[in-house]
Design a protein around this ligand. Structure first.
Ligand SMILES: NC(=O)C1=CN([C@@H]2O[C@H](COP(=O)(O)OP(=O)(O)OC[C@H]3O[C@@H](n4cnc5c(N)ncnc54)[C@H](O)[C@@H]3O)[C@@H](O)[C@H]2O)C=CC1
Ligand SMILES: CC(=O)[C@](C)(O)C(=O)O
Ligand SMILES: [Mg+2]
Ligand SMILES: [Mg+2]
Length: 348
């Protein structure tokens, strides 16, 4: 473990330098890693593990779209692709990568295959932390571990193919074999993490649910929509409003933030912009702080979990989500966005 100073707080991280791929392969050489579920994280993690030389099989419902996707990705039925039960029986490490709601349905089946010494692996603290709601209570004689890539499974795969890596957190909920630590770190390196930072199941799910509802996904759409509306109300055209709200941010300014931080992005803008941004960010912070505190409380109380389980357990949940996504896509702002994207020189 390397000790790294994160803004004045010392934390332990695991990097690829100190835990190289050869070591990970050595640790897991006698394991069969069964990736259960082939949605977004499933493909990213399974393909990265396979390409990194691990022994991987995939478990997925037969006669489903994702079964066909697994076949198209090169998994061979009867050799490396099985129905969920068969994969769970063959695996020594079961990577439970169904949707959080799907995990509840499948748990009674999966549990039967968690024989002593196996490891149960999650990419989210959800099932374990909200056990009153999920009923997921693992037997005492298996390891229970977590590697949570901090990003989409799609990005995990893309970054791997580009020779880079996504950061992940890792946690141990139960160490039955004495090998939980080496198993979880080896898996974290194997799925393509750039480095791993330590957490626990509860902290992982509380921060993750806050982040995706907050600044990563929910809040950002909210502030885009609010600023766009103000500009439109005041007579600005859709192209002007979209450029000044989204396009400039994603194309020009966020890459600078990613590269070297907020002050660097500010420093590369005009002194006029810097003056205004330095004055106004505190006002926006004060306005949104109560909403973030409300959000965190809702996550901690299990209300966000309850809502997600209830809405993702209905048979038509996918259609309903697609309808809501369509509404977003067809809003004037994102239609303006589609037109703006087409005009980018590299798309033209
Ligand atoms: N989407 C992402 O990139 C990220 C996901 N995670 C976590 O990884 C885990 C997997 O998430 P996703 O890949 O997004 O899942 P997903 O929502 O794409 O579903 C994964 C698979 O579960 C199957 N499934 C759903 N309900 C089922 C049921 N009742 N019976 C059998 N199969 C069922 C689906 O067909 C799909 O193949 C979750 O715990 C999630 O919170 C963590 C980080 C990022
Ligand atoms: C991609 C990710 O990390 C999220 C947003 O937390 C998720 O998909 O659940
Ligand atoms: Mg996340
Ligand atoms: Mg999440």
């Amino acid at each position: 473990m390397a000790t790294i100073n994160f803004g004045g707080v010392l934390e332990q991280v695991v990097t690829r330098e100190e835990f190289p791929m050869e070591k990970a392969r050595e640790v897991l050489k006698n394991e069969v890693i069964a990736v259960i579920g082939y949605g977004v994280q499933g493909p990213g993690q399974a393909l990265n593990l396979k390409d990194n030389g691990f022994n991987v099989i995939v478990g997925q419902r037969k006669n489903s779209k994702t079964w066909d996707k697994a076949v198209a990705d090169g998994w061979v039925p009867g050799e490396t692709l099985f129905d969920i039960e068969e994969a769970a029986q063959k695996g020594t490490i079961l990577q439970f990568l169904l949707s959080d709601a799907g995990q509840i349905t499948l748990w009674p089946t999966l549990k039967q295959h968690l024989t002593p010494g196996k490891a149960l692996y999650f990419s989210h603290g959800f099932g374990i932390t909200y056990k009153e709601q999920t009923g997921i209570i693992p037997p005492a004689d298996v390891d229970v571990i977590l590697v949570a890539p901090k990003g989409s499974g799609t990005s995990l795969r893309r970054l791997f193919l580009a020779g880079q890596g996504l950061n992940s957190s890792y946690a141990i909920f139960q160490d039955a074999t004495g090998r939980a630590h080496e198993r979880v770190v080896a898996l974290g390196i194997g799925v393509g993490s750039g480095y791993l930072f330590e957490t626990d199941f509860k902290k992982e799910v509380f921060s993750d649910l806050t982040g995706e509802r907050g600044s990563l996904m929910g809040c950002i759409q909210g502030i885009f929509a609010a600023q766009y509306e103000t500009l439109r109300k005041n007579g600005h055209s859709p192209s002007e409003a979209f450029n000044e709200t989204v396009e400039e941010l994603t194309q020009s300014l966020m890459p600078l933030v990613a590269e070297n931080g907020m002050d660097w992005m500010y420093a590369n803008c005009s002194t006029t912009a810097q003056r205004g941004a330095l004055d106004w960010w505190k006002k926006f912070k004060a306005a949104t702080q109560p909403v973030f505190d409300e959000l965190y409380a809702s996550v901690a109380a299990g209300k966000e979990a309850a809502r997600s389980i209830a809405s993702n357990s209905t048979p038509d949940y996918r259609e309903k989500l697609n309808e809501e996504l369509k509404e977003l896509r067809e809003s004037e702002m994102w239609q303006a966005g589609a037109a703006v994207r087409k005009l980018r020189p590299n798309n033209a």
